[in-house]
Design a protein around this ligand. Structure first.
Ligand SMILES: [Zn+2]
Ligand SMILES: [Zn+2]
Length: 368
């Protein structure tokens, strides 16, 4: 696999960089490497492209979240990521926030509210079998997130040393120049717009002030959760920036694996069962597979004279409803009856005689 440079490294910003810092860093890189300004340096075009790609991801909060958690694999559809060619914006746009359903209508902590700013939300994707989704399950999730570096407490300067105010811009991060009547403001080239310079970078985080940490949580997926839904686990995300600020939330998108035995439409499940010709004529009791914590099958009486394609409804044998009317109640299992007509080669001589007799008998009856 092609080795790619870390996107934060490409723009020369830390993992905790604000949207504004990212925009500034990109602007600087774009100006510096723009192919029009570097006609004699063929590598500049490559660096310009690299910076633009980095900016496209890091300037989009959702793409950035995916990249933070899964790296390039998350953006390109590798392990644990998203299918290739799918616009991440679409996926996140379709997220259904089930918070109010699962946690008694507790309000989501708005970013604009007063009080300490909560830590960032962490996002994950979990694949569940159809059975686990229908009956509910618990999973251990391991989530990666950027946190202030332990070595330097987030300052980026080596222990014992300190970041100092940038002498060129005196800490503002910007340099202003007057040209005629107009003032031009540009990011300070000495500190790259940060306003401070680190003479001796921390060796743990190479001066970024950030370190990747790992958090393990147990997530309970409620019975009846469906493909594409997102479970919000409040207060289990990354720690807040200050001592008294709450942690962010964890958002887990559920992917439900298909099960060849069933089709699912919300709380309703459908399955097919094949019976023999004589069973369809005479009636029969069959075991129908269901998705239930206690039993794997349930007995169904197929009445005499059941037609091929007939659907029998088994109420309460589908998946639990998570929302709307009848929340917690289970949907139905729709059982479609298929009838196996034996091929001529499958009939013994005796069976063939009996079918001929039956044919004659039914024909006689019809003629009466
Ligand atoms: Zn450090
Ligand atoms: Zn400066």
């Amino acid at each position: 696999m092609e080795e790619r440079r870390d996107l934060y490294e490409v723009l020369g910003v830390g993992k905790a960089a604000t949207a504004d810092e990212i925009r500034k860093a990109y602007r600087q890189a774009a100006l510096k490497h723009h192919p029009d300004r570097n006609a004699d340096d063929p590598a500049a075009a490559e660096r310009f492209k690299e910076a633009t790609e980095a900016f496209q991801v890091l300037s989009d909060e959702q793409k950035r979240g995916v990249y933070d958690q899964f790296g390039f694999a998350g953006l390109q559809g590798g392990g644990g990521g998203f299918p290739a060619g799918v616009d991440l914006g679409d996926i996140f746009g379709n997220f259904q926030d089930l918070f109010s359903e699962f946690f008694g209508g507790a309000p989501s902590r708005g970013r604009g509210r007063q009080g300490p700013r909560p830590g960032p939300d962490l996002r994950g994707v979990e694949r569940l079998s159809l059975r686990d989704a229908v009956i509910g399950c618990k999973r251990d999730l391991s989530l990666r997130f950027p946190a202030p570096c332990d070595g330097c407490k987030g300052s980026g300067a080596a222990p014992g040393s300190q970041a100092s105010q940038c002498p060129s811009c005196r800490g503002s991060g910007q340099i202003s120049n007057a040209r005629g009547f107009v003032m031009f403001t540009a990011p300070c080239p000495n500190c790259r717009g940060e306003g401070r310079v680190i003479k001796t970078p921390c060796t743990t985080c190479r001066g970024s002030g950030q370190q990747e940490k790992n958090k393990k949580i147990v997530v309970s997926f409620p019975a009846g959760i469906d493909d594409g839904q997102v479970l919000r686990v409040p207060g289990q995300g990354a720690p807040g920036p200050d001592k008294d600020s709450p942690a962010g939330d964890v958002l887990v998108q559920v992917q439900v694996e298909p099960d060849a035995r069933f089709e699912r439409h919300g709380p309703d499940l459908a399955t097919r069962v094949k019976v023999s010709l004589t069973d369809a004529i005479l009636g029969v009791k069959v075991d129908i597979p269901i998705l239930d914590a206690k039993e794997d099958t349930v007995s169904l009486d197929i009445p005499p004279g059941t037609q091929p394609g007939h659907v029998i409804l088994m109420r309460g044998k589908g998946a639990p409803r998570l929302d709307g009317k009848g929340r917690g109640q289970r949907g139905s299992m729709h059982v479609m009856i298929e009838v196996g007509i034996p091929a001529p080669a499958e009939l013994s001589t005796r069976a063939r005689e009996l079918v001929d007799e039956l044919h004659a008998e039914l024909g006689k009856k019809a003629a009466e």
